[in-house]
Write a protein that binds this ligand. Structure first.
Ligand code: ADP
Ligand code: MG
Length: 248
């Protein structure tokens, strides 16, 4: 089953001086996939993510998430759709410093009015998966960058989203923390069957995906699937990036 269906998507910025950031992009993501989006700086990756996450509207084309068109939703319905169907992980974690780690993680449930007992059950479940049970009562300034990202992944997953969206989730992490975070993305995808789309310019992080879509100048440039090993996939990704050029 298709979780995400992007059809002939275009985005033109500006009115006097126009710039085509996305030019007729089409692709689908199936249930259970872990897809990476790569491309040089300025190729349209964040623009694409913003359309899918309904932060911004496309100039033309269609997006369907589990056969719903989020662009047709308004106000409360759109807010509910985003909160229930989508999970977001950002480069800079976006945690609230006034809350504890645990309070940050259950925030989507708090906003949905879920009873505290159920919130606690879900918090226990998800914090175990991410190995952060011992951090629940800490404040955000008491944890490392890697721990902060694991916290934000827990928050993104606590309501079992249809689609997990990540924009450069390892962009602010050192290589060791990046590896831990990518291993967790892989585990969540494999064991919890979370369909994931991740934007990254980092070949190492991308090598954890099952498929990579390469975007250049707002158009689809290439697509590769993971073969036998992550190491081999990493080398293939490096090769495509080198061919594509544009300086990552
Ligand atoms: P990426 O995430 O791949 O680096 P972006 O999606 O951020 O690329 O940007 C793609 C192109 O669109 C860039 O050339 C950028 O300058 C342009 N762009 C992005 N946002 C806007 C905007 N709000 N107004 C005008 N141009 C924009
Ligand atoms: Mg970007």
């Amino acid at each position: 089953m298709d979780i995400l269906d992007v059809k002939n998507l275009s985005k033109v910025y500006g009115n006097k001086i126009v710039f085509t950031a996305l030019d007729n992009i089409s692709f689908t993501i199936e249930e259970g996939e872990f897809v990476g989006i790569m491309g040089p700086s300025g190729s349209g990756k964040t623009t694409l993510l913003n359309m899918i996450s309904t932060v911004d509207k496309p100039t033309s084309g269609e997006i369907r998430i589990k056969d719903k068109n989020p662009l047709k939703l308004k106000g409360d319905n759109l807010a509910l759709f985003r909160r229930r169907e989508l999970g977001f992980v950002f480069q800079d974690f976006n945690l609230l410093d006034t809350l504890t780690v645990g309070e940050n993680i259950v925030l989507p449930l708090t906003l949905d009015g879920v009873p505290v007992k159920n919130q606690d059950d879900e918090l226990n479940r998800i914090s175990k998966i991410l190995g952060i049970e011992n951090l629940i009562n800490k404040r955000t300034f008491e944890i490392s960058g890697g721990e902060a990202q694991r916290t934000s992944i827990a928050r993104a997953l606590i309501h079992n989203p249809t689609l997990l969206l990540a924009d450069e989730p390892t962009g602010n992490l050192d290589s060791k923390a990046a590896m831990v975070v990518m291993e967790l993305f892989k585990k969540i995808n494999k064991d919890e069957k979370v369909t994931t789309m991740m934007v990254t310019h980092d070949a190492f992080s991308a090598s954890y995906c099952n498929r990579i879509l390469f975007i250049k100048d707002g158009t689809m440039y290439n697509e590769i699937y993971k073969g036998d090993t992550r190491q081999l996939f990493y080398q293939e990704i490096i090769d495509v990036l080198a061919l594509m050029g544009g300086g990552n």
